[in-house]
Design a protein around this ligand. Structure first.
Ligand SMILES: [Zn+2]
Length: 472
């Protein structure tokens, strides 16, 4: 169907573009020295990790300058943008490697900021770019400066090799993903023109499952939960702790929180999650394989449900979740405070509404003195289709490396900047170019001793380079 639709314009385009296409055919891609590329990428990652972009305050302007200098050394023009809008020390960065424009562009999007560290919990300095035992250590190695360097070096490799490109490759680095997402939001609002021809986008949010040295599956992230943070507040009358009153807000808050903590959110299987479990069922045998192949049916049986929900990730993609986190009462033992409050980290499934969640919590708490205020409103729901040209390019590159492996589609329980870009109609995917041990992932992302193996750095650059070539 596609061929028939394009046959006539394509023939015309060929005639018009004949001299250019002859030139393109004459340009034989130059081979890449991959071991040297790995060394170069590791060195670039170490330098990137040394730029402390802990957010707050972010300080992404320094990171943007580093990326700009790197790109321009390779002859790829880059622009530092949005410095006034984002505030002191902050910036977004944009660059583009030109193709012949016959197909729409692919964007590689990263965030330059990282979450703060508790240095005392690390065994190495978090901002020194330490290279030890075959690993690069540092805050951001996994989230997401490692992926950012894979984006950078894959782009550089395409430029150096002179592979003919039908699609421009757009390179974007944003500020502030870890706190307010202002970098992505401002970039999309102010520079929609720079993204007008972008069909696809890769950023964080993919998760290849790699356990005890064994690859379970590749996954492309096509959906994410919606972060919806709330404060629960009870007002009372301040007084002295030596004379208890009914107007103490603390016990009332505690009673409300107890009801929320004991509330089990309903299970809800979205079509994408049903497919994910069906895909991964081939890694299991016996009744576990049967359960996963139809998770909706399995959740109706007690033994199957208990087993499935005992996995914290699986549990989180099957329901809205509520984590009670912050808690505030009096700052003095002998003072009954005027107010007591708690914070709730609520994560909604993509098709669930925040209003319905608050209505449910209000009903469960059943106390008119308890108030909910939104701390962080959810981003728009985000889902991307699989089965596209780019998805097939990922499958091809994955099968070349791991012939027995499959590529599934996953939902992320955390949040990324994808919803901001999806607003423009761009098909946004989470893609990890790495095979990171589950234990490293668990410990390092927003945790301690975050690290990425040297081998992953090199292989990741080449994996992304191949995907981008196959998508032309
Ligand atoms: Zn991240």
């Amino acid at each position: 169907m596609r061929l028939r639709r394009f046959a006539f314009p394509l023939a015309l385009a060929l005639i018009v573009a004949l001299p250019a296409s002859l030139v393109a055919q004459a340009a034989v891609p130059r081979p890449i020295d991959w071991p040297a590329m790995q060394d170069e990428a590791v060195e670039a990652l170490r330098q990137y990790l040394r730029i402390n972009t802990s957010n707050p305050p972010g300080n992404e302007l320094a990171a943007a300058r580093f990326l700009k200098a790197f790109l321009e050394k390779e002859g790829i023009q880059a622009q530092i943008l949005d410095t006034a809008e984002l505030g002191a020390g902050r910036a977004n960065l944009y660059a583009r490697l030109k193709g012949d424009g016959s197909k729409r562009a692919i964007a590689l999007v990263q965030h330059m900021d990282v979450v703060p560290v508790t240095q005392s919990s690390w065994t190495v300095p978090a901002f020194d770019g330490v290279l030890k035992d075959g690993y690069v250590y540092g805050r951001g190695a996994l989230d997401m400066k490692g992926e950012g360097i894979a984006h950078l070096m894959a782009l550089v490799a395409l430029k150096r090799s002179g592979v003919p490109l039908t699609r421009d490759i757009v390179f974007v680095a944003n500020a502030d993903e870890e706190l307010g997402s202002t970098g992505g939001i401002v970039f999309v609002d102010r520079h929609a023109d720079l993204l007008r021809d972008v069909e696809y986008l890769f950023t964080e949010g993919g998760a290849n499952s790699f356990r005890n040295g064994k690859l379970e599956y590749y996954s492309v992230g096509v959906a994410e939960k919606r972060t919806f943070w709330n404060r629960v507040t009870v007002h009372g009358t301040p007084s002295h702790g030596s004379r208890p009153t009914k107007a103490n807000p603390v016990p009332r808050l505690v009673a409300a929180l107890d009801r929320i903590a004991r509330y089990e959110t309903p299970l809800h299987v979205t079509p994408g999650v049903q497919k994910f479990f069906h895909d991964i069922s081939r890694n299991y045998s016996g009744r576990q394989a049967a359960w996963l192949s139809d998770v909706t049916a399995a959740l109706k049986q007690t033994d199957a449900r208990d087993w499935i929900l005992s996995d914290v990730y699986w549990n989180a993609i099957l329901r809205n979740t509520i984590s009670l986190t912050g808690l505030q009462g009096s700052s003095k033992t002998n003072v009954i405070p005027a107010e007591a409050s708690a914070e709730l980290d609520i994560r909604l499934l993509p098709d669930q509404s925040p209003e319905a969640m608050i209505a449910t919590l209000t009903r469960i708490v059943n106390d008119t003195a308890v108030h909910f205020t939104t701390l962080l409103a959810p981003k728009p729901p985000f889902e991307s289709p699989a089965g596209t040209d780019l998805f097939r390019a990922v499958e091809r590159a994955a099968h070349e490396r791991d012939p027995g492996a499959f590529v599934t589609t996953s939902m992320m329980t955390g949040a990324t900047d994808r919803p901001s870009y999806r607003k423009l109609g761009i098909i946004a995917y989470g893609l990890s170019p790495f095979k990171v041990e589950a234990a490293d992932e668990q410990r390092g992302v927003h945790g301690n001793d975050e690290r990425l193996s040297v081998q992953n750095v090199g292989n990741g650059v080449r994996f992304l380079y191949d995907i981008l070539r196959y998508a032309q």
